[in-house]
Design a binder for this molecule. Sequence first.
Ligand code: NAG
Length: 203
Amino acid sequence: MFVKAALSLLSLSALAGSALAAPFNPATQSLDRRYLSFDNWGGYSSLDNFDNFYGVDNFSGQISEQVVVEQQEVVCESVSIEIVQQKLLVLQEIAKQIITEQICQVETQTIVFQQYIASCSHFSSDLLRTSGLEAGYDSSIVDHFGSFYNSDGSLSTSDLGFSGSDIGQNVIVPSSNWNSETSPISVGNAFNAAMGAITGQTF
Ligand SMILES: *[C@@H]1O[C@H](CO)[C@@H](O)[C@H](O)[C@H]1NC(C)=O
């Protein structure tokens, strides 16, 4: 086990984050600046204790260090892209299910979804290897997936027993073909091409 401190290439990761957290809205962003705490924001009781998860003034729960667990090496194994796209779409629809079935207050649905997108978007700079963090996942958090649903198929309401601050404590880094000579440029090109597809520009 070792702790890896992040290099603070904050501007680049912030850029990557905001590009993914579309639609970009200056009004929301300034709102974000004014309300460093979302506890009870707008007087909505469904936002009570919102800040407990990542801490005050830490809306997207950006982490700066990870504990990489050196256990049996996890080797990546390429499967067809459609299999991957199917799984990611399942996760997307589960997120929508959780937000619409387990939050009734519409303002809270919006705030929590934006937090989710912003939190996900930090992975962009891990994949670009500009965050100083490894491109991997927290296996202890993944382990909770089995407790999502009750046996009747409904979403579980039980406390999974962890907090946002637990993220990054048991990180597995699968092998990849990252080449420190050539990948910074080729992966940067891939990122720009994808951004172009999102914004409608070509690169
Ligand atoms: C933000 O939240 C993440 C995840 O809980 C945590 O690792 C990080 O230290 C927090 N950052 C600050 C500035 O509190």
